[in-house]
Design a protein around this ligand. Structure first.
Ligand code: FES
Ligand code: FE2
Length: 446
């Protein structure tokens, strides 16, 4: 089945008009994971046409604040304007091409100054100042030249840009994801983890991996006590623009050691909301609806008013949204996980993997649990590392480390003459769908 009809009892955001999408069955060839020609076609036909996330609005508090996003050999700078809006420009001086801004972020008073001949570009991209303006036979460049601008828009507290001057409006491109995430208050969440890891695998491992729950029992066995990965209980949606959604129930999996008994993780989750674990022995999964009711009742008292904005199922379940091509946003009852891969310029067999974790503010708390332990409730510093370089290769917390470990192993397998088109389960249809949308771009159908 390609798309699950919402069960009648479901309570979560839906988009009824999206319909069922049929797969063509395009083969998922090996060379797309390592060939420079494929990587180049992706750059020419896909990356230069889609919307990219450049950073967070919270990094652009004042006029003159800017963020830089480097992508392969391209670089774009996004600048907060006097009127509060954000504009994006290619990071290249219009005098003789010097890269204008170095570093990830910063703030300037009047404009961006070039380090080569000192030209000063205003926040709106228009040249304010140049040395010897009267020595240009074609006329002074000041007030005349402008940085090359690209489409830029804000959604979900993220600053987006596209290198396609004809890009469709961001909200049309993202449809229906903004509707599905409407209750999460993404604009106001605090990014308490901001990590970038260089990984020896092609960037497509991330959309492949986050489009199925089939790997959970093997790769994340510890999740069995609280996430039901069974495809029969999971909702799989595919949407026309290439985005997908997968909803897993927050309840013990029948693959848990004692699925009807209350195992330690589930016990802790019930107790946290004042439920007596003993009452759920032999019927552990009934705890899911009980948890929904307890959260509905107790949220305000605990300073968790944000739970009131969520639908009942969102109080317990896991909502994975994959945004074509490279972003995954997972809503959980506690916070929002963000995963993204981007190719590295030097080699299609390397990518960067970004993991950001966002949480709502909870009155009276100054720390929050993350996969890297307790973190203060404040915007995190950017941490950068390379997968496998620290002791034992397992320096990343928990489930992320588990996903990355298979990512590098699968990349090796793609090189084997033994690899051919995958033999996919029904729920992995969305893996093929991702590649079909990618093919549509690369072959010029989108
Ligand atoms: S290249 Fe920027 S001022 Fe000359
Ligand atoms: Fe995973």
């Amino acid at each position: 089945m390609l798309q699950t009809t919402p069960p009648e009892a479901a309570s979560y955001p839906t988009v009824p008009e999206c319909g069922v999408i049929e797969l063509r069955g395009d083969p998922i060839t090996a060379e797309r994971y390592f060939s420079p020609e494929w990587a180049d076609a992706e750059w020419q036909k896909m990356w230069t046409r889609v919307w990219h996330i450049g950073g967070r609005m919270v990094q652009l508090e004042e006029p003159g604040d800017f963020i830089v996003h480097n992508f392969l050999k391209e670089s774009v700078v996004m600048v907060r304007q006097q009127d509060g809006s954000v504009r994006a420009f290619y990071n290249s001086c219009q005098h003789r091409g010097n890269r204008l801004v170095w570093g990830e972020a910063g703030g300037v008073a009047r404009g961006l100054a070039c380090s080569y001949h000192g030209w000063l570009w205003g926040l709106d991209g228009v040249l304010l100042d140049a040395q010897d303006p009267d020595d240009f036979p074609q006329g002074s460049p000041c007030g005349k030249l402008k940085l090359k601008e690209v489409p830029c828009a804000v959604w979900g507290g993220f600053v987006w840009y596209s290198m396609d001057p004809e890009a469709k409006p961001l909200l049309d491109y993202l449809h229906p994801i903004p509707d599905l995430l409407a209750g999460r208050g993404l604009d106001d969440l605090v990014r308490v983890v901001w990590r970038t890891v260089k990984v020896n695998t092609n960037w497509k491992f991330s959309p492949d991996n986050f489009n199925e729950s089939y790997h959970l029992p093997t790769v994340h066995p510890q999740m069995r006590q609280m996430i039901d990965e069974d495809y029969k209980n999971t909702v799989f949606d595919m949407f026309p623009n290439g985005h997908n959604r997968m909803i897993e129930r927050g309840q013990p999996s029948m693959r848990a050691d004692f699925p009807n008994m209350v195992e330690p993780v589930w016990e802790m989750m019930l107790e946290e909301w004042g439920l007596d674990p003993a009452a759920y022995e032999g019927r552990a999964r009934d705890g899911r609806l009980a948890l929904q009711a307890a959260k509905r009742q107790g949220a305000a008292d605990r300073g968790m008013a944000y739970l009131d904005r969520l639908a009942d199922d969102e109080l317990t379940d896991y909502f994975h949204h994959t945004i074509f091509p490279n972003v995954t946003i997972t809503g959980t009852p506690d916070g929002v996980h963000f995963f993204r891969t981007e190719p590295l310029a030097s080699d299609p067999e390397w990518c960067t993997f970004d993991y950001w974790y966002f949480v709502p503010r909870i009155a009276g708390r100054d720390e929050v649990a993350t996969v890297y332990g307790m973190r203060p409730y404040e915007e995190a510093e950017h941490e950068v590392s390379t997968y496998g370089e620290s002791s034992g290769g397992h320096h990343l917390g928990d489930f992320i480390d588990q996903d990355l470990s298979v990512a590098v192993a699968q990349q090796q397998g793609f090189h084997s003459r033994g690899y051919s088109d995958p033999y996919l389960s029904g729920q992995e249809g969305r893996v093929r769908r991702f590649h079909e949308v990618l093919n549509d771009y690369v072959e010029g159908r989108r």
